[in-house]
Ligand binder design. Sequence first.
Ligand SMILES: Nc1ncnc2c1ncn2[C@@H]1O[C@H](COP(=O)(O)OP(=O)(O)OP(=O)(O)O)[C@@H](O)[C@H]1O
Ligand SMILES: [Mg+2]
Length: 256
Amino acid sequence: MLITPRRDKLNRIVIVNPKGGCGKSTLATNLAAAYARQGPTPAIMDYDPQGSTMGWLTRRPANLPPIHGIAAYKKSMQATRSWQLRVPNETVNLLVDSPASIDHDDLRQLTRDSTSILVPVLPSSMDIHAAARCIADLLLVAKIDRRDRKLAVVANRTRKNTKSFAKLMRFLDSLGIPIIAVLRDSQNYVHSAEQGVGVCEMQPSRVKQDVEQIEKIVAWLDAWPERRRESTSVASISRQPKVSGPLLRRPSFGST
Ligand SMILES: Nc1ncnc2c1ncn2[C@@H]1O[C@H](COP(=O)(O)OP(=O)(O)OP(=O)(O)O)[C@@H](O)[C@H]1O
Ligand SMILES: [Mg+2]
């Protein structure tokens, strides 16, 4: 796995969680559609051999704003890997969709040079445990420093007032990782996936709540230069010792 060279103005948004079906591709496609509407043309890089986001792109109606697709899961002998993964110069927002079950090496490579990392999490106890492991790996294996404020969680298919949601909130609070949006369980996401569109491109009266949450995520993502500046200035004052409590090595929520 090789990621394209660093570019200073590029928001490289990596969507990751080795748990299958948690909403990585749903998030990638909906954010790509939102960025396509506001312009300039975003890019979506699909590392999943299932090719879900590339499939979504092929279903995208021709009259909608374009999205540049990069099938990173395909390996060609005819071109160098960096050529295959090249991102157009005008791209400002790159969405990277990752596969389920990635190993530590891939996690490190995938998140290297990322400016924003989103972890979608489903509300079940098993999914929350998997997300806790994923976050522990991001912090301890991929060496993402949470004080860089590039890491955030999106709760997916979630009802806010559940026990498991409260546990997820407590765990993330203890790490200082924000939940930046809560996506409801809605057929709008299923239909948008089938039609090659984002919820922001569907009939507004049907998708108002969904679009509000996608816009919240976009607002957080767009603030990446400020987040980076703030974390750099905090770092220059004083860097605290790295967090490595037992919670990170062995995430645990107790029973649900
Ligand atoms: N908020 C939601 N409401 C309803 N259905 C959803 C929602 N989010 C995702 N889904 C549906 O759940 C299924 C899994 O979502 P998705 O493909 O985005 O997960 P994934 O993490 O990319 O899966 P994989 O690990 O296999 O790549 C899809 O059918 C998708 O349409
Ligand atoms: Mg997927």
